[in-house]
Ligand binder design. Sequence first.
Ligand SMILES: Cc1ncc(COP(=O)(O)O)c(C=O)c1O
Length: 394
Amino acid sequence: MFSSRLPPNLAPNRLADALRSCRAQGQPFIDLTVSNPTRAGFHYPPDLLAPLAHARGLRYEPSAAGSIDARKAVARDYLRQGVAVPAERVVLTASTSDAYSMLFKLLADAGDEVLVPRPSYPLFDHLTRLDLVVPRPYDLDVHGSWSIDFSSVERALTPRTRAVLVVSPNNPTGSFVSGPELDRLAAMCAPQGIAIIADEVFADYEIEPGASRRAGRAAARRDVLSFALGGLSKSVGLPQVKLGWIAAGGPDALVDAALERLELVCDTYLAVSTPVQTAAAELLDRGAAVRSQIAARVAANYRELSLQSARTPSCSVLRSEGGWYAVMQVPSLEPEEDLAVGLLTNERVLTHPGYFFDFPRESFLVLSLLPPEASFSDGIKRVLRRFAYSATRA
Ligand SMILES: Cc1ncc(COP(=O)(O)O)c(C=O)c1O
């Protein structure tokens, strides 16, 4: 009766089961997987969302790509990051996930393929499957820092490849796609008519100074059809407000042809509410107060993580240039899932095992850098305590 776009097996994994019973029994734990900034103890000015109530929102004037004022506000925000994008090349969406879906409809037929980085964001499996697109992984290699394994990109390309996805900085590796890496991808994609989709939702969150300046920016490209994705959910910590965007780059004729078609896709759904479009400029301005708190927290927690793990030689924190997550390599004493379940049930700390993010081998833990500093520090102590003990036993 149901579509094969949905996974056949909806059973929760063991960690989700353990989490459910922990919650059912009212047992407190430290959550080192939090990805929702509105639940992480930041100060949101109480009137932050007042612009959503503007009377201009009472009038409905649908526009496929979004209101030009809101698109201009997004273009100004790109300028803040040093990227020049004409407002006409910005298309509003309800979220980044919505943007992926619009772009898959623009670029791919059922059964066509897109290349996705590995390790990366687990939602790609669902996002592609729901649009009948096939994800094919290419690898990010880690040698001190993460970089694209271009031989794996070459191996993954087929005549059905329609786009290469990059996440910059990546969730969870924290690596930006560098300028030279993006140049090399562009040189591979452009002659074959393959687009680049660059998820830059975390671009504002630099952990390593200078990393974002070294990053390649998709919207600035002139040589290959490219789409940069961003949104309020990460840039100003407002996922519930539901505003994302696509900024297109590439040769003019190709961008024009793509935008004409993308507008048709967006016009079919008209998913972006009028009040959020009316409020976009003000939310982008006012949200800077939240962004700066998140940026300071993420950097402080990464420093704390590095300090604490330096005292536990069996564990090491991988270099993270930006974003909201860090990766810790830990001894492979047990399968990652057992480890994460054990950490929750015995140490009362919730972490994500690396296999959720398709790490090619064990053992890695992915840790959110969003929790309040004191609870983050306590959570990391609990994680490391487990290894101090295991190492002694082993
Ligand atoms: C890399 C990446 N892209 C997109 C999103 C989702 O963004 P949105 O809330 O705009 O759909 C997330 C959420 O965690 C993410 O990690």
